[in-house]
Design a protein. Structure first.
Length: 632
C-alpha cells in the first residue's frame, strides 16, 4: 500500500517541471511513511511513498526495476495471489532470480511477460504504472472496482498522475472549477468518477488501463461487470448459501497475508461480523476494533461488536469516544481532503483508523456487503415501492403528516419521520427518478436555488444529463440492476473513496473481502429474492451465517456510521460556518452560491424541524473549506 506519482514530459517546457516531483510526492507522506523513492531523468519521473506490508525489506522499495533495467514500476495496493502467479507463470530458474519476496516484483515481471494480459490474472486492489525506457511508453492500470485511486492531468507539455489530487497541485496545474462536477457534488455529496472538481483533471476509471506513447493517450476498460439478469442456471438457495460461505472464506484467507500486524474492523453489523467469524477460523487471537459514542446511546452500537468479539474470542478493543473527541478531529478530516467529499461518516472512519494504527497496519472490513447484497434502508424502500405494498401505500397517504412532523437524524422518532417523508416523496416517481432522488442530499430544485445565476450559466446541462443517464440507464425491472447501479456509483465514488482517504490519512491499509471479484460476480448470478424480501435485507448473508453469529445482531435496526452534528452546527461550529465559510460578504464575492438561499438554510438549522439540513450544510462546509484552502 503506497502513494504514487509520476510525470512524463512531452515538450521542453514540460521537462522543466520534472524536478517538481520531489515536492509532489511528499504530500502523500501518510500514504507511505516507511520509505520515499524517486527516479528522475530528463523527460520523466516516477515516485512512491511506501507503506511496507509484504516483504518489508529495503529490496522491495520502489520504484523497482527489472534486472535488465529497461522497465520500472510504481505500485499502490496488494496482489493477494502473487505467490500463485509466481509459481504458475515463472520457471524454477526465473523464481530463483527474483530478488525479493514481494508482490511488486511478481507484478513487474508478469507484466513484462504478459503485457496488459496480466490484468485479469490479478486478484487484489491496485493502481500501478510501468515505464518502458526503451519505447518511452507509460502503462497505467487501476483495479476492477477502483479501490485504489488514480488522478491524471494532461496538456501539451506534460502528463501527470498521482494517488491524490493534492500531489498534482505542486505542478501548477490550472485551478479551474468543473461546474458540472460541482452541481453533481451538491446533489450527491460526492463527485461521480471519473470526474474531478477540477476541469482538467480526471480519474482513471475502475477496471481501466491507460497507455501514453509520445503525445498519444489511450484509455480502455479491461474489466466490466456485466450481469445478464438471467437465473435459469442459478443454484438453489441452499447451494448458494454454501457457495457464498466458501467464496467469502477464500476471500478472507487471501486477505490475511501480511508481514505486519493485522486486525479487523468490527461494527457489530452483519457484514463485519461475518468477516470476523471467518477470519477467526484462520487466525488465533485476531485483533478486532470498534468505535462508538459514549455520549449518545442512539448512535452507539459497540455492544453488538463486543458480543461478536466474545463469541469468536478475538482480542477486542472498543474506542468509545465523546462528542468532544469527534469534534477535535473535524479539521483534520477537512484539511486532508484535496477535493470536496461530504460523506459525514468520514469523521468516525478517520478516528477509527487513527486508533487502529496504534495496534495494526492492516485491517480487514465488511465494506461492499450492503451494495452487493441489498443492505441499505433505501433498498428495502425500493423493494416496497416496486411491490406497491399496502404498507407503502399507507406511508404515501401519510405524506401531509410527515411533512409537518419534526424530522432529523438526531433521535429515533425524528429519524423515522424523516425516512417516512423521504419514502413518500420517492414512491410516486419512476424507478429511475426515485433512485436519483434517494441518492441525493439536495434535490435538483434546491441545487438550482443554491447556485448563483452566474454559476448556473457556466453549467452544461447536457453533461449532467449524460452522467445521470450513464447510471440510470442500467436500472430495469430486475432489482439486481439497482444494486449494480449502487456498485457503479455509490460504492466506487463514495464508500471506497471514504475508506481509502481516511485510512491513508492514518497510514492504514484496509482490505474488503466482500469486494473480491469472485464474490461480487457470484452475487450477480443470484436472483434478487435471495438477497431481499418482505423479511428484510441481505437475506442470503444472514441465513448463510445464522448458525454461527450471535442471534442478538439479527434483531436490530440498521444505522449508518454517522455522527450527530446538529448541536455542533448550532453551537461549537456556528462561528466557523456562518462567520467564515458562509460569511455573507465572502459568499457574494465568491460568486458561486446564492446568499439568500444560504440564509434560508440557516433558519432551517435553528428550526424545530431541521430535516436533512445538517447533511446539506455539511456539503457546503466541505466545499467552502476546500475552496479557501486551494483557491485563495
Amino acid at each position: 500500500m503506497c502513494g504514487i506519482a509520476g510525470i512524463v514530459a512531452l515538450t521542453d517546457k514540460g521537462r522543466q517541471q520534472v524536478s517538481k516531483l520531489r515536492q509532489s510526492i511528499r504530500t502523500l507522506q501518510t500514504r507511505g511513511p516507511d520509505d520515499e523513492g524517486i527516479y528522475l531523468c530528463d523527460d520523466m519521473g516516477l515516485a512512491q511513498r511506501r507503506l511496507a506490508i509484504i516483504d518489508t525489506s529495503a529490496a522491495a522499495n520502489q520504484p523497482m526495476w527489472d534486472k535488465t533495467e529497461r522497465y520500472t514500476i510504481i505500485f499502490n495496493g496488494e496482489i493477494f495471489n502473487y505467490q500463485e502467479l509466481r509459481n504458475k507463470y515463472f520457471t524454477t530458474e526465473e523464481q530463483q532470480q527474483l530478488r525479493t519476496t514481494s508482490d511488486t516484483e511478481v507484478l513487474l515481471e508478469l507484466f513484462i511477460k504478459q503485457g496488459e494480459r496480466c490484468l485479469p490474472l490479478l486478484e487484489g486492489f491496485f493502481a500501478f504504472a510501468v515505464y518502458d525506457t526503451q519505447t518511452k511508453e507509460l502503462f497505467v492500470a487501476r483495479d476492477r472496482f477502483g479501490k485504489k485511486p488514480l488522478n491524471y492531468f494532461i496538456d501539451d507539455d506534460r502528463f501527470i498522475f498521482a494517488s491524490e489530487l493534492k500531489a498534482l497541485y505542486d505542478f501548477g496545474i490550472p485551478k479551474e472549477l468543473n461546474y458540472e462536477a460541482l452541481q453533481l457534488y451538491l446533489q450527491l455529496s460526492y463527485i461521480p468518477q471519473p470526474m474531478s472538481m477540477l476541469k482538467h483533471v480526471r480519474k482513471v476509471e475502475p477496471g481501466a488501463r491507460l497507455i501514453l506513447h509520445e503525445k498519444n493517450i489511450e484509455e480502455k476498460k479491461w474489466y466490466e461487470l456485466t450481469p445478464k439478469y438471467e437465473y435459469k442456471n442459478a443454484p438453489s438457495y441452499e447451494q448458494a448459501q454454501k457457495e457464498l460461505v466458501h467464496l467469502l472464506e477464500d476471500a478472507v484467507v487471501k486477505r490475511l497475508i501480511s508481514d505486519v500486524p493485522l486486525g479487523a474492523f468490527l461494527s457489530g453489523g452483519i457484514d463485519s461480523s461475518v468477516i470476523v467469524a471467518l477470519a477467526s477460523r484462520h487466525q488465533k487471537s485476531l485483533n478486532t476494533f470498534s468505535i462508538g459514542f459514549k455520549d449518545e446511546q442512539y448512535f452507539d452500537e459497540t455492544q453488538f461488536a463486543e458480543l461478536v468479539a466474545t463469541k469468536f474470542k478475538t482480542n477486542h478493543a472498543t474506542f468509545r469516544l465523546g462528542f468532544e473527541d469527534y469534534l477535535s478531529h473535524i479539521y483534520d478530516v477537512l484539511n486532508y481532503l484535496d477535493e470536496p467529499f461530504a460523506d459525514s461518516a468520514s469523521l468516525p472512519q478517520f478516528i477509527l483508523c487513527m486508533e487502529v494504527r496504534k495496534h495494526a497496519t492492516v485491517a480487514i472490513s465488511g465494506d461492499g456487503g450492503d451494495e452487493v447484497f441489498a443492505g441499505y434502508n433505501k433498498h428495502y424502500a425500493e423493494w416496497q415501492a416496486r411491490r406497491r405494498s399496502l404498507a407503502g401505500s399507507l406511508v404515501k397517504m401519510g405524506a401531509p403528516l410527515w411533512k409537518v412532523l419534526p424530522k432529523s437524524r438526531n433521535n429515533r422518532f425524528s429519524d423515522l419521520f424523516r425516512q417516512l417523508d423521504r419514502y413518500a416523496e420517492g414512491a410516486e416517481l419512476t424507478s429511475k427518478e426515485r433512485y436519483w432522488h434517494w441518492a441525493s442530499t439536495f434535490s435538483a430544485a434546491d441545487v438550482d436555488k443554491l447556485i448563483a445565476k452566474q454559476t448556473a450559466a457556466r453549467i452544461n446541462n447536457a453533461i449532467i444529463d449524460s452522467v445521470k443517464e450513464k447510471y440510470l440507464s442500467n436500472i430495469n425491472d430486475d432489482f439486481n440492476s439497482v444494486l449494480k447501479t449502487d456498485l457503479d456509483l455509490v460504492l466506487i465514488s463514495d464508500m471506497l473513496v471514504k475508506v481509502d482517504l481516511m485510512s491513508m490519512a492514518n497510514s492504514v491499509e484496509v482490505r474488503s473481502p466482500f469486494l473480491d471479484h469472485h464474490v461480487v460476480e457470484f452475487a450477480f448470478t443470484l436472483p434478487s429474492e435471495y438477497k431481499i424480501n418482505k423479511a428484510g435485507r441481505k437475506k442470503i448473508i444472514k441465513d448463510a451465517f445464522r448458525n454461527i453469529l450471535p442471534p442478538e445482531i439479527y434483531n436490530r435496526g440498521k444505522r449508518g456510521f454517522e455522527i450527530p452534528m446538529l448541536k455542533w452546527f448550532r453551537e461549537e461550529l456556528h462561528t466557523y460556518i456562518f462567520e467564515d465559510l458562509l460569511n455573507e460578504k465572502f459568499v457574494k464575492e465568491q460568486g458561486i452560491f446564492d446568499i439568500e438561499f444560504i440564509n434560508t438554510m440557516k433558519k432551517q438549522l435553528y428550526s424545530a424541524a431541521p430535516g436533512n439540513i445538517v447533511e446539506q450544510l455539511w456539503v457546503l462546509i466541505v466545499f467552502q473549506h476546500w475552496y479557501k484552502k486551494y483557491f485563495m
